[in-house]
Design a protein around this ligand. Structure first.
Ligand code: FMN
Length: 311
């Protein structure tokens, strides 16, 4: 795989980042990805400040390479988690789901690299104006929360790469080396991968969740909650419940009630396929078995080399 300017900015070998993912991205996954030469992110969205501190320290003990923290800006503990990130001198922060001007300058003043996740052109420009070091352009195929515009990765990455001068990291639907090469062809300086790493050995997701994902076919994920925050879900009990509610025209308030609290933990971490929320991306149908992060990197590199010969 080739080096890009993103590798210099983040001090990494390969331009591959494991996205921060609630209930999946703890110290084990983050350190494994960093040890393979990518950038591993700890997903702070499901962590209290105490838990985040523990994961940062364990990541540091397990790798001497750079790593980062993903901080969803609207998460309950965002303000306290920022304090932990500063205290622990985390080298890189990926912010998402919120206003990029909120913390960017504060973190940058301490020498922390800041990268913001966007799903449309307006927010890419806003993030650049806020002073970020790069943006993640995340398209419609992605697992987890999604943009309201529903722009696909293929369209979004090209559009954003043409629009902003900071490096663009492509995300959404990428689960092979060939797809990484395709994104670099569009002008991306790297990729952020979620679904593939969520289903790795080192992910802290429950084995029931991983096995349900390995059995999923093309078309088995769907975007729901367009009236709230669009979220891509895997077929299961909760999927059917939400589908039925949306088909009968449930209001945003009714949908909020259906979600309740703790649904994603129940599905992803506790492995309750009936009642839990199962967040995963369209690329799930390309991933058929449990693999270590080391094997995943070997395959990504081989796929990238194959794409180069095709070009
Ligand atoms: C289970 C799961 C949980 C996620 N949680 C978060 C999160 O907490 N914060 C965030 O910014 N993105 C989150 N994402 C999005 C990923 O970080 C990443 O951008 C996305 O998965 C990329 O698309 P892909 O799944 O097609 O690889 C999540 C994705 C998944 C699959």
């Amino acid at each position: 795989m080739i080096r890009t300017n993103l590798c210099d900015i983040l001090d990494i070998e390969y331009p591959v980042i494991s996205g921060g993912m609630v209930w999946c991205s703890g110290w084990k996954l983050a350190s494994a990805v960093s040890n393979e030469g990518g950038l591993g992110l700890i997903g702070a969205g499901s962590m209290s400040p105490e838990v985040l501190q523990e994961h940062i320290r364990k990541t540091r003990a397990a790798t001497s390479k750079p790593f980062g923290v993903n901080l969803p800006l609207m998460s309950r503990d965002a303000d306290n988690n920022i304090n932990i990130i500063e205290q622990e001198r985390v080298p890189v922060v990926f912010t998402s789901a919120g206003n990029p001007s909120k913390y960017t300058q504060r973190l940058k003043a301490q020498g922390i690299r800041v990268i913001h996740v966007i799903a449309n052109e307006k927010f890419a420009v806003k993030a650049q104006e806020a002073g970020v070091d790069a943006v993640v352009a995340e398209g419609f195929e992605a697992g987890g929360h999604n943009g309201k515009e529903e722009t696909t990765t293929l369209v979004l990455v090209k559009q954003i790469a043409d629009k902003v001068s900071v490096p663009v990291i492509a995300a959404g639907g990428i689960a092979s080396g060939e797809q990484i090469a395709a994104m670099l062809c569009l002008g991306a300086a790297g990729v952020q991968i979620g679904t593939l790493f969520a289903l790795s050995e080192e992910s802290s997701a429950h084995i029931n969740f991983k096995n349900a994902a390995f059995a999923a076919m093309e078309g088995d994920t769907k975007l729901f909650f367009r009236k709230l925050s669009p979220t891509r879900l895997l077929k299961g009990g909760f999927f059917s419940m939400v589908e039925e509610a949306e088909n009968r025209g449930a209001t945003a308030e009714e949908l909020l009630e259906i979600i309740g609290i703790g649904r994603s933990k129940l599905g992803i971490f506790d492995g309750d396929l009936q009642n839990g929320e199962l967040e995963i991306g369209q690329a799930v149908s390309m991933i058929r078995k449990l693999k270590s992060v080391k094997t995943i990197f070997e395959e990504l590199k081989a796929g990238f080399d194959l794409a180069k010969t095709r070009l």
